[in-house]
Design a binder for this molecule. Structure first.
Ligand code: OAD
Length: 246
C-alpha cells in the first residue's frame, strides 16, 4: 500500500476520535521557514534577542522589525495540501480539532474551524497596557505600533519564558488525552506540546507521525510517514475532495 493509503485508512478507522497536533513543518511546504534544522530561523537568529519579553523591553523596534518580516512572509503564503486535508477532514467529521504551535493562520485560511493556537497568533497584536487585542492583515505601518490608549502594542504570541494561554492548554491536554493524535511537522522538542502525544498513547490511543525526519515521538508512533506534509497529504486531499464532489 502507498503511505497515503495507509494514512487515510488509519484516519478513517478512528471514526472521528482524532485530533491533529501541528508544528512549523506543516507550513514549510507553504514557504514559511521552520525554527530548527539546517534552514531554521533559530540557526540564523537568536531567540533571546527576538522572542522573549526581555528582548521586547530592551528593543521593541528590533523585535517588531523581525515580526513584520515574518508577517509579510506568512500573509502572502498559501495553505498547502496538508492544511487543506485537515480542513476537509474536519468537515467530514474525521477530526475534532487542530492543535497548533504555529502562529500563522494557514489552518484557518484552509477552512479549519476548530483551531487551538498554543503559541498565539501573528495576525493579532495586543496592548501591553490595556490588553486590547487587535487583528491585523498586514504589518503595522509605524514600528513599534501603539494602542489608542497610548500603550505599546506587542505581537500576540507566546515568547520564551511566558506561559501558554490557559484555556487553550487545558483544551489541548484534554483532547490529546482522549483521542488518537496525528502529529505533523513538529520536532517535539518544545514543551508542553511535545508531551501531548504521550498522553494519547498512555490512554490507549494511537499516534501517527508525519515528518521527513525522526523525532522523540517516532518511538511511540503506530504509523510513521517519513515524508513532507504537503506530499503525504496530497493524495488524501485529492480523495477527500473527490468525495465532496460525489
Ligand atoms: P521546529 O522547527 O522545531 O521543527 C520543525 C519540524 O518539522 C522538524 O521535525 C522537521 O523535521 C519537520 N519538517 C520540516 N519540513 C517539513 C515538511 N515539509 N513537512 C513536515 N515536516 C517537516 O518547529 P516546531 O516543532 O513547530 O515556539 O517548534 C516548536 C516551537 O519552537 C515553535 O512553536 C516556536 C519554536 O521556538 C515559540 O516561538 C514559542
Amino acid at each position: 500500500m502507498q503511505p497515503s493509503e495507509d494514512l487515510l485508512e488509519m484516519i478513517a478507522s478512528f471514526s472521528g476520535n482524532l485530533v491533529a497536533l501541528t508544528g512549523a513543518g506543516i507550513s514549510a511546504d507553504s514557504g514559511i521557514p521552520t525554527f530548527r534544522g539546517k534552514d531554521g530561523l533559530w540557526n540564523r537568529y537568536l531567540p533571546e534577542e527576538l522572542a522573549t519579553p526581555q528582548a521586547f523591553a530592551r528593543d521593541p523596534e528590533l523585535v517588531w522589525e523581525w515580526y513584520a518580516w515574518r508577517m509579510r512572509k506568512i500573509f502572502k503564503a498559501e495553505p498547502n495540501p496538508a492544511h487543506i486535508a485537515l480542513a476537509l477532514m474536519e468537515r467530514k467529521g474525521l477530526i475534532k480539532a487542530v492543535i497548533t504551535q504555529n502562529v500563522d493562520n494557514l489552518h484557518e485560511r484552509a477552512g479549519s474551524r476548530n483551531v487551538i493556537h498554543l503559541h498565539g497568533r501573528i495576525d493579532e497584536m495586543r496592548c501591553t497596557e490595556c490588553g486590547k487585542v487587535v487583528e491585523v492583515t498586514e504589518p503595522p505601518e509605524s514600528i513599534p505600533p501603539h494602542c489608542r490608549c497610548g500603550g505599546l502594542m506587542r505581537p500576540n504570541v507566546v515568547w520564551f519564558g511566558e506561559a501558554l494561554p490557559q484555556k487553550e492548554l487545558n483544551l489541548a491536554t484534554e483532547l490529546c488525552s482522549s483521542n488518537n493524535v496525528v502529529v505533523i511537522g513538529t520536532s517535539a522538542l518544545v514543551q508542553p506540546a511535545a508531551s501531548m502525544p504521550f498522553y494519547a498513547k498512555r490512554n490507549g490511543y494511537h499516534v501517527i507521525e508525519v515528518n521527513p525526519n525522526t523525532t522523540p515521538l517516532t518511538g511511540i508512533a503506530d504509523l510513521s510517514i517519513r515524508e513532507k506534509a504537503g506530499k503525504a497529504f496530497e493524495e488524501v486531499c485529492t480523495i477527500l475532495k473527490e468525495e465532496e464532489i460525489r
